[in-house]
Design a protein around this ligand. Sequence first.
Ligand code: IYR
Length: 222
Amino acid sequence: MSKEHPFIPYDPVRFDESELSRRAEEQYRFANRRRSIRDFSEKDIPFEVIQNIVMTAGTAPSGAHREPWTFCVIRSADLKKRIRAAAEAEEYESYSKRMSDQWLEDLKPMGTDWHKPFLEKVPWIIVVFKRAFEYDNGQKHQNYYVNESVGIACGMLINAIHNAGLATLTHTPSPMNFLTKILERPDNERPYLLLPVGYPAGNVKVPDLQRKSFSELAVVFD
Ligand code: IYR
């Protein structure tokens, strides 16, 4: 804190201990119901919902609070069609040539292939771009911990989507530079993650995955 940059009072949320425990457990149980899906309903979602989801992601902490992200929210049928065509072209190459046998083997339980019809079917696609630097009066001004900051924002975005009662998929067609071109992004931005957002299709099925138990994912130093 300094005279030039005075701090302001913080207004924390407070819960008593029983409420605290109840909320933490409830949040875990709710989070554990989230699954990535690849088959979406065409049912529309109001722009305001997408706006609040994206604003939630924008509350993420970031290096020096430089908020090094841009969220492209896409409903345009023409753009979705072009994104699907370009993504499928890259995925076709990946599945047929670029991915190792081990990788293809590891993906078998997910039941994926190069077809990505959901990219046209979903009401919204969010493409997250990371901003390596900003232009300040034509001068490059760098951002810090860009991958970490944008990764955290994406986690919060996924949680906000789930919390709203919607579904998504963390999709990373590789390479993703076609998104820079299609969405005409400036040269300080790089595509980071693509998320189709919608309601799950009726009777959608998901792989039978198990999550790590607490003792498998944590080490406690009491
Ligand atoms: N990007 C491809 C392949 C793929 C890779 C991983 I690692 C996954 O967890 C799932 C898919 C695709 O989207 O099909």
